[in-house]
Design a protein around this ligand. Structure first.
Ligand code: ZN
Length: 370
């Protein structure tokens, strides 16, 4: 099972109830992150009884009150919360050196099990037999920030003479003993979310989007190869079915993101907007047939892209905006770092500013990759 498929298995539950749900990932679904399984469970399988009796094994038991893990940093290590509250970083190598080594003594060329080991083993069998169902240990391998930083150089859809982003310092350490700024920026600026109300009058504004739609599965369609030959490329329904032949059907409620490779132009507003001599912009987007398939055929929650707009650059009338926002989807535009997330299997956390009555808002987008 490769990493992507393993992650898909872990996400096969349908109840996206928040962090508590995240903490249940892994064991409830029978999924064992590959690094964890090799380093710990293999040890358990060979010496579970004695090992578990001396050093509670995170995989076999969990610890009372354990709330799960946030990050394990390098993939070969895992951060565990101990009963006392202190944390310990254990490497697979360290875990492989079980306390059994101190209990098994070579005598006359043969290994003899001590009376202590026998007693401990019997006691452990009783304890294990009475133990309730195992509790999970969460391994959130990587959290990827899919958000560009906001500043005065951020490319915008409309070209303006004056920067639309302003940040004024209103308090300094020297004068006020603290630091604070006030900012002014458009709702649709940088990495941002389009609420349904952006194109569909009376539909959800950004603060009204139900929160359960903001934490869900992430699907990434990579069409960078086609975009290299055609800046005006539009994702088609055929592209979606091709993706599904490789990865399976796009799950309902997912956020589907189109990766075009356009983010490499982010540091040049001119290249990112890519206008021709008449000022018409050229960058890729979603085609209407693709949007129809995703909305009506796959029931997805949102569309995203690494360009200025879900509709391709030359579009005069934004048909995908008109169609999908009227179907209560939201859009994510100017997404970053899509090279760091898999085609399938990641979770996405979409956290826009909760602007009351807003047509959209700057958004922090985080992908959680198992
Ligand atoms: Zn927008």
């Amino acid at each position: 099972m490769n990493r992507v498929h393993a992650a898909r298995g872990a996400f096969s539950v349908t109840n996206f109830g928040g962090i508590a749900w995240l903490a249940r990932l892994g064991h409830e679904t029978g999924h064992e992150p590959s690094g964890h399984k090799k380093s710990h469970c293999v040890s358990c399988d060979s010496s579970r009884t004695a090992f578990a009796s001396l050093t509670p094994h995170p995989c076999a038991t969990g610890w009372p009150g354990q709330t799960g893990l946030v990050s394990d940093g390098p993939r070969a290590h895992s951060l565990y919360r101990l009963p006392s509250g202190r944390q310990e970083n254990r490497s697979p190598a360290g875990m492989a050196q079980t306390p059994l080594g101190t209990l098994v003594r070579p005598i006359g060329g043969k290994m003899k099990i001590s009376a202590t080991l026998l007693f401990v083993s019997l006691l452990s069998v009783l304890l294990v037999a009475q133990r309730p169902a195992t509790r999970p240990v969460v391994h959130l391998r990587t959290v990827v920030d899919l958000t560009h930083p906001l500043n005065a150089s951020t490319p915008t859809y409309e070209e303006t003479k004056e920067p639309t982003y302003r940040a004024n310092t209103v308090a300094t350490f020297e004068k006020d003993h603290y630091f604070a700024r006030e900012i002014c920026l458009p709702e649709h600026f940088g990495t941002h979310l389009d609420a349904p109300a952006h194109f569909a009058k009376g539909h959800w504004t950004v603060d009204q989007i139900p929160p359960d739609r903001l934490m869900t599965r992430l699907v990434v369609l990579d069409e960078t190869a086609k975009v290299k030959n055609d800046s005006d490329y539009q994702l088609s329904a055929a592209d979606i079915t091709s993706w599904e032949k490789l990865h399976g059907q796009i799950p309902a409620k997912a956020v589907v993101v189109l990766r075009t490779g356009w983010e490499t132009r982010w540091n040049s507003a001119k290249d990112y907007r890519n206008p021709d001599a008449k000022g018409v912009m050229h960058f890729p987007g979603f085609g209407l047939d693709a949007a129809r398939l995703l909305v009506e055929g796959r029931k997805v929650y949102g569309l995203g892209i690494d360009t200025l707009s879900i509709d391709y650059g030359p579009s005069p009338d934004f048909p995908v905006h008109q169609y999908s926002l009227a179907h209560s989807l939201y859009h994510l535009e100017n997404i970053a770092n899509l090279t760091s997330v898999p085609a399938n299997g990641a979770l996405v956390v979409v956290a826009p500013m909760k602007l009351e009555g807003g047509s959209g808002a700057p958004v922090r987008i985080l992908a959680i990759v198992q």
